[in-house]
Design a protein around this ligand. Structure first.
Ligand SMILES: [Zn+2]
Length: 185
């Protein structure tokens, strides 16, 4: 089976599983969209494989990615997270998760769902790449990142936003030789 030629993909079953079944599959579920946004904000500066391996620990530490709970985190909870060896212990990113939970719920209130908001940038369309040329940012990620920042989201620069949009299937960038190329389901 031909897959995207990502570094360390083939020798990590957890990564293969993610590539084959999750990456680029369009998500319309707010909890999943929030979970991926939090994981991507922690991804910033690290490899995705590191985040993937810690995903279950993140889920446990961050109340199953419930934004209502996360937005209420106090100093005690922040200290507890900072002493949790199984997640990424970065205070700015932990504080960003709290800001992002608040911003997420605000967007949800304004648009009815975060899904409505994030898919509005492409008029509900999936943007398929050509499978040959790859970027780390584009006009879409610049635009979404700018809007996210305006709404109070943190650690969602254009590179992270690009990665997020790929993860949730707004952009689909499997390589041409990959068996998932131009497949969204
Ligand atoms: Zn692929």
């Amino acid at each position: 089976m031909n897959r995207c030629k990502w570094p360390s993909l083939e020798n990590n079953p957890i990564y293969v599983e993610y590539h084959d079944n999750e990456w680029g599959v369009p998500s319309y579920d707010d909890r999943h969209l929030f979970k991926m946004l939090i994981l991507e904000s922690f991804h910033c500066g690290l490899s995705w494989l590191i985040i993937l391996k810690k995903r279950e620990a993140f889920k446990l530490a961050f109340d199953d990615f419930d934004p209502k709970k996360i937005m209420e985190y106090n100093e005690d909870k922040i200290n507890e997270l900072l002493s949790n060896k199984d997640i990424v212990r970065n205070k700015s990113k932990i504080l960003a998760a709290i800001s992002n939970a608040k911003a997420f719920l605000k967007v949800k209130k304004e648009f009815g769902s975060f899904k409505n908001y994030i898919w509005s940038f492409t008029n509900d369309k999936i943007i398929f790449g050509d499978g040959i040329n790859f970027q780390t940012t584009n006009a879409l990620s610049d635009q979404v990142s700018k809007d996210l920042k305006k709404r109070g989201f943190k650690f969602m620069g254009s590179v992270t936003t690009y990665s997020y949009l790929e993860a949730i299937g707004v952009m689909n960038n499997h390589m041409k030789e990959c068996f998932r190329f131009h497949k969204s389901k």
